[in-house]
Ligand binder design. Structure first.
Ligand code: 7TS
Length: 423
């Protein structure tokens, strides 16, 4: 993958994003071939590839540092605990949380949302209370709330979106009221790329006394996140979408809230005392980290955060925005292609349908060309219903993509169209 230079740069002056895509060299998998072709990896919203430094960190942990944490008196256990807790501090810094004990390690975004649904929602909601989500939510920010509603008698409400895929802010405001106890909203939509104005939504929600959980799964690798300036009560993300390993992620929660919440899973490490009569709980965040966690994953997530900061999140964002503009122009020039999700300021996601070709067929044909995209409902079935379609084809960008990847995508789509025309 060549270095993508941005148009508009002054001669002799490096464009702010120059060199970002050249970091593709840091990702071993990107040099492999797939089906005899160069791998063009455009499924980054599903999971990102991992740089050598992250792969190394996980392997090095097992080679040099492996021991269980928080309970050992021996040196290795203390060392392992230090590495684990250093990653908590890295996540704190990444999200600009006030304190590291506002960071709970989880298996990922899904588990983080389930934690809040099982702990906060089950202990705070009563019949008639409302949880407000939006039409564009991922299933993992819908189903846990449906379960919590079934358990508490609370009601799930849904703020609509416009045809371009932007949240209808007036409708959102109108749906907030004295019954609204929680707003759960994506920072960035995985199927549309829409970036929600989360700070504004938080302001309005707080004005009626509602808590706000932001699903940051698609945001953290693509934009700087500051939970203090957003003002949210909870923020969730997954390690594997930020160049880190699978099976690890984090929940940010305001400390006073976490400290007032009951545990949702019991076991070792989350207790203060255990007796058969009654047990007492550790403080947050340990209260929510029952059992041996994914220690190696947490350590490698720390390495992924180091990597993000080294490349520079602002540079990554600028690079992806420029590439999105390039990709939008390339796809718009293809006859019969309809972009789904055209909200202003959207993130690096190109979701589309093609007249006469089912998204799954398109995905399969593109795969034969080495172009990896995703096809289907993207775990947003209600959103697909809103657009009256079964699914889309989706190309999603990361820091290592460049114009040659987008060109390969466009060329492969045109070849698929030729194939279908010639049936
Ligand atoms: N929220 C959003 C907005 C997501 O995009 C995803 C995963 C999740 C939550 C769940 O994250 P997990 O790491 O806990 O699974 N999105 C996708 C996707 O778009 N394609 O595959 C997974």
């Amino acid at each position: 993958m060549s270095v993508a230079l941005q148009s508009g740069s002054v001669a002799g002056e490096a464009a702010p994003t120059a060199g970002v895509a050249s970091r593709a060299a840091d990702f071993p998998i990107l040099s492999r071939r797939v089906r005899g072709k160069r791998l063009v990896y455009l499924d980054n919203a599903a999971t990102t590839q991992k740089p050598e430094s992250v792969i190394d960190a996980e392997a090095r942990y097992y080679r040099e540092s492996n021991a269980n944490i928080h309970r050992g008196v021996h040196w290795l256990s203390q060392h392992s605990t230090d590495l684990y807790e250093e990653s908590r501090e890295r996540v704190r810094a990444l999200l600009n949380a006030q304190r590291s004990d506002e960071i709970v390690f989880t298996r990922g975004t899904t588990e983080a949302v389930n934690l809040v649904a099982n702990s906060w929602a089950r202990s705070n909601l009563k019949p008639g209370d409302e949880i407000l989500v939006t039409t564009m939510e991922h299933h993992s920010n819908i189903v846990p709330w449906q379960l919590a509603c079934a358990q508490t008698g609370a009601v799930l409400r849904v703020a609509p979106i416009g045809d371009g895929g932007a949240l209808d802010l007036d409708a959102f405001d109108a749906m907030l009221g004295a019954r609204t106890r929680l707003v759960a909203v994506a920072h960035v939509s995985n199927a549309l790329g829409t970036v929600n104005p989360v700070a504004r939504l938080v302001q309005r929600a707080h004005a009626v006394g509602a808590m706000v959980l932001v699903d940051g799964a698609q945001a953290v690798a693509h934009t700087a996140v500051d939970v203090q300036s957003i003002g949210c009560d909870f923020y969730a993300f997954s390690g594997h979408k930020v160049y880190g390993p699978t099976g690890v992620g984090a929940l940010y929660g305001r400390y006073d809230l976490l400290q007032a919440m009951p545990p949702w899973q019991g076991g070792g490490d989350m207790i203060r005392t255990v007796a058969f009569e009654a047990s007492t709980w550790a403080d947050a965040p340990q209260r929510f980290e029952a059992g041996t966690p994914n220690i190696a994953g947490v350590v490698a997530l720390g390495a992924a955060i180091d990597y993000l900061r080294e490349v520079g999140i602002e540079r990554i964002a600028a690079h992806e925005h420029a590439l999105l503009a390039y990709g939008t122009r390339a796809l718009e020039s293809i006859p019969g292609l309809r972009l789904i999700g055209t909200a202003p300021g959207k993130a690096g996601i190109l979701s589309f349908t093609i007249d006469g070709i089912h998204p799954h067929d398109l995905g399969t044909i593109l795969d034969t060309e080495g172009v990896a995209i995703r096809a289907g409902h993207h775990c947003t079935m209600p959103l697909m219903k809103r657009f009256g379609i079964p699914g889309t084809a989706r190309a999603s960008l990361a820091l290592y993509n460049d114009e040659s990847d987008v060109d390969a995508l466009a060329a492969a789509i045109r070849r698929a169209q030729d194939l279908f025309d010639g049936r």
